[in-house]
Write a protein that binds this ligand. Structure first.
Ligand code: PGA
Ligand code: ZN
Length: 421
């Protein structure tokens, strides 16, 4: 069995132009595993810690040289000679080395870059496609042909912390019907995206794109935005309510203030009850298939009430609420706070913990959406990961911008390899 010979991390840039960490692992048979980690802008309070230098002389404090040093000087030397297929053992060792609840000593970014690079090296060493190797770590066996690829959900308008600053809701999605083969779902998303561009030009709205590749118009209320998306859908052959549906990441923690939920569609702040009422009416009008972080991450009773009211027909998704955190997920399952988990490996900090969270979610009857971050690299690990764990959906942004498209294209490659076309 090959062993880890060298671990080397360095600082690179992510899609927002901010520093992030990339780690290369070389085995003694000269096989190379490489991984880089993404970074969020609308961070959930309960995520594992992303270690930044806070040295204002470099990258305005956002450098990651401390995280790089932690890999090269603290973690790396301890892992030399390890068998890279011992993923759990390696992740456990790193978690123990860190020793904190939220990975604040060594940084979740340093741990994750090593964790993913180890898996990448192990899969290559076993001559397996990454999705197959990850599937074996997940503890299940993919049949030689799997029935279903994950369904993509496309963030085609970016608001909140990812947009031009005027839209309260963070993400406006179109979601192709789950019955569509992956390559067709991708085409549906892309064709709507192109028509949306035309509609925005026609209305003389700004059509520059936001962090996740969706347009970032600065003219509309949340409701106007949904109407404009439907207008774009009508310009395609795809039928709303049959071929394609709508989804929202409200990211409500970002605009909830002490006196309630403040949105531009309403003159006054809304209480939790009023905001729930507003969301129910929104759903009546627009048949939302996906509703992510509809309420503040700490308002659990409100979440439970909303899930009871809307959870049958709409996926109520916990992102900031759950933060890919096992403990929070268990509580959410217990209290029926939501029906679906958003999986972001860098919220957890290691591959093994992320796999454990997916397994627990499945056992609790939850649906799964594997997600990118708003700051990404061209690493396509999460595309393989999504196939490996049989994720219901993937959320990789708009069908535009290289770092988003890289992941959608990797899924095309896997679909072809698995002969699902
Ligand atoms: P983030 O946004 O990566 O900036 O956290 C993505 C999301 O909220 O789903
Ligand atoms: Zn979110």
């Amino acid at each position: 069995m090959p062993k880890i010979k060298e671990i080397k991390a360095r600082e690179i840039l992510d899609s927002r132009g901010n520093p992030t960490i990339e780690t290369k692992i070389t085995l003694d048979n000269d096989i190379l595993g490489i991984a880089s980690v993404p970074s969020g802008a609308s961070l959930g309070k309960y995520e594992a810690l992303e270690l930044r230098d806070a040295d204002m002389n470099r990258y305005f404090g956002l450098g990651v040289l401390k995280a790089v040093g932690n890999v090269n000087q603290v973690i790396g030397p301890k892992l030399l000679g390890f068998d890279p297929t011992k993923q759990q053992e390696i992740d456990r060792l790193m978690i123990d080395l860190d020793g904190t609840e939220n990975k604040s000593k060594l940084g979740a970014n340093s741990l994750l870059s090593v964790s993913l690079a180890v898996a990448s090296a192990a899969s290559k060493s076993q001559k397996l496609p990454l999705y197959r190797y990850l599937n074996s770590l997940y503890g299940e066996t993919l049949p030689t042909t799997i029935e279903k690829m994950p369904t993509p959900t496309f963030n085609i308008i970016n608001g909140g912390k990812h947009g031009a600053g005027n839209l309260d809701f963070q993400e406006f999605h179109v979601v192709p019907a789950t019955t569509k083969p992956y390559h067709e779902a991708l085409r549906i998303g892309e064709e709507i995206y192109q028509k949306l561009k035309e509609v925005l030009i026609h209305r003389n709205a700004i059509r520059s794109v936001g962090d996740e590749g969706g347009f970032a118009p600065n003219l509309f209320t949340n409701l106007d935005t949904l109407e404009i998306i439907l207008e774009a859908v009508k310009l395609t052959p795809h039928v709303f309510g049959r071929d394609v549906f709508l989804g929202l990441d409200i990211a409500a923690s970002n605009f909830k203030k002490a006196d309630g939920y403040q949105i531009k569609d309403k003159p006054n702040s809304l209480s939790a009850n009023e905001f729930i009422e507003y969301l129910i009416n929104l759903n009546k009008e627009y048949q939302l298939l996906i509703l992510e972080d509809p309420l503040d991450e700490d308002d659990w009773e409100d979440w439970a009430r909303l899930t009871q009211l809307l959870g049958k027909g709409t996926l109520i998704v916990g992102d900031d609420l759950l933060a890919t955190n096992l403990l929070r997920l268990k509580q959410a399952i217990d209290k029926r706070l939501c029906t679906t988990i958003l999986i972001k490996p860098n919220q957890a900090g290691t591959l093994s913990e992320t796999l454990e969270v997916v397994k627990t979610a499945r056992a609790g009857g939850f649906k799964v959406i594997v997600s990118h971050r708003s700051g990404e690299t061209n690493d396509t690990f999460i595309a393989d990961f999504a196939v490996a764990v049989g994720s219901d959906y993937v959320k990789f942004g708009a069908p535009a911008r290289g770092e988003r498209v890289a992941k959608y294209n990797r899924l095309l490659e896997i679909e072809e390899e698995l002969n699902l076309k």
